[in-house]
Design a protein around this ligand. Structure first.
Ligand code: SF4
Length: 447
């Protein structure tokens, strides 16, 4: 009897928000769904022996013997992913590359793989596996347009590293986003918008052990009617959940009530800036700083913890933006702030504009993780931007400030864990030369 062929599904790792304490390596974030869903989509009759590794929280089995290695790439992990692809090919494995970076820069990825997957993989991945088993693998599998996500199998969460994530149970209800923020990869890859049947989502939630989970959607309430139907169906399950939404959520009190009644306990919201001009510049004019108070208080009044993301390095940002933003966060009573740098991911509108203005410092994708300066800002130097960014992380999580933040909310545990994790993260950041790599030559396939 021949042994089953071995498939490695690999996320290369390199996530910035990771806590490393000796043998304990844990992500501050929710567990990714890509790997567990790809594993679930493996046709059972192929009898493959599947291993799933997220390099952010587990060692990569470099010496392992695999017949097929599938690597999913986001931009910040792309270069590491190519190195891994070359490594496993040299060891005799067939290598497949997919993920958002491959859809953004297909020609860059192609030389590192035997086959590439462009677009959503729900239909193409099982077909690819059948072709590979039959010895007729094609060089490319492409899905155009929105994801087809009705009737998906339950993710193989049993393959995920136990205790690897602050939130190990993640769910997907929608795909894509219909907004057009210029820095975001969602509108850059025209993959459309789709919703999963509410019954499928409820079945997935029911299958979870434990009373808490997180939605992994980019913008869970982008379709308000769908969101209301979903929240009404979740209510009887009596679970607590968190997710990502836009500031638009606060416009609809019925939506907010349904959301709170369905168990919503925290939300991550991209406020991005307290400057209306900066928001208009990034095509996120639907965010209105004058209404941020209302957004936060409408969620607090329903006992929902607010994580707020703010971006530095926008065209209207001066060196005062850091103090200004940290003070505004305090005043708005945002429970868990988070900071990012304006990053022109390849082929986004921001990328094309900054490229035309000759303001992209380098295209070393390793630094495209929203935590490194990769552009020349308009009203300060890159070094000033880097120093101000690190200052904001540290200042915002000083013990006195963070503990005051934790005390004022009823949902203390989520707020306390979030503030502690980001305090540790901020303290690890150092403004040094390593934050600015030497420029790289342009890659083929970049437009
Ligand atoms: S609302 Fe969020 S997910 Fe949608 S385009 Fe803007 S940044 Fe991207």
């Amino acid at each position: 009897m021949t042994s089953p062929r071995r498939l490695l599904i690999l996320l290369p790792g390199g996530q910035p928000h990771v806590l490393d304490c000796g043998p304990l390596r844990m992500s501050f974030r929710e567990a990714p769904l890509t790997g567990t869903l790809l594993a679930a989509l493996v046709p059972p009759d192929l009898s493959l022996d599947v291993t799933l590794v997220d390099g952010s929280v587990s060692p990569i089995p470099m010496d392992g013997k695999f017949d097929l290695v599938a690597i999913s790439l986001i931009t910040g992990m792309a270069l590491k992913g190519y190195e891994l692809a070359d490594h496993f090919r040299a060891r005799g494995a067939t290598v497949v590359l997919g993920g958002i970076h491959v859809s953004l820069l297909t020609e860059e990825a192609r030389p590192h793989a035997d086959s590439i997957v462009v677009g959503y993989a729900e239909q193409t991945w099982p077909r690819l596996l059948r072709d590979w088993c039959a010895g007729r693998l094609l060089p490319e599998y492409r899905h155009e347009g929105p994801a087809v996500i009705a009737g998906l199998p339950l993710p193989r969460r049993d393959l995920q590293k136990p205790f690897g994530y602050v939130m190990p149970r993640t769910i997907n209800a929608t795909r894509g986003c219909r907004q057009a923020c210029d820095f975001c990869v969602a509108p850059a890859v025209p993959l459309g918008w789709s919703t999963r049947p509410v019954g499928d989502v409820v079945a997935d939630v029911r299958s979870l052990r434990g009373g808490t989970f997180a939605f992994h959607d980019l913008n869970l309430t982008d379709d308000v009617d769908y969101a209301k139907e979903l929240f009404a169906a979740l209510r009887p399950l009596k679970k607590k959940w968190g997710g990502l939404v836009s500031t638009k959520v606060a416009k609809d009190p019925e939506l907010l009530d349904l959301m709170a009644d369905s168990g919503c306990s925290y939300l991550l919201i991209g406020f991005e800036s307290v400057s209306p001009a900066a928001l208009r510049g990034m095509h996120k004019g639907f965010n209105a700083p004058g209404h941020y108070h209302e957004v936060v208080s409408s969620l607090h009044s329903r006992h929902i913890v607010v994580q707020g993301c703010f971006i530095f390095g926008l065209d209207d940002d001066t060196p005062e933006v850091f103090r200004h933003t940290v003070a505004a966060i305090d005043e708005l009573r945002i429970d868990i702030p988070r900071f990012a740098l304006y990053t022109p991911f390849p082929n986004t509108r921001a990328y094309r504009r900054l490229k035309a203005e000759n303001r992209i410092l380098h295209e070393n994708w390793r630094y495209y993780d929203t935590q490194h300066v990769v552009i020349r800002p308009r009203l300060m130097s890159p070094e000033e931007l880097d120093r101000g960014f690190i200052w904001a992380w540290r200042e915002s999580f000083k013990l006195g400030i963070a503990s005051k933040r934790v005390r004022f909310h009823r949902n203390t545990r989520i707020s306390a864990v979030g503030n502690l994790a980001y305090r540790l993260y901020g303290h690890r950041l150092k403004s040094d030369a390593d934050r600015f790599p030497p420029a790289m030559p342009a890659s083929p396939g970049r437009t």
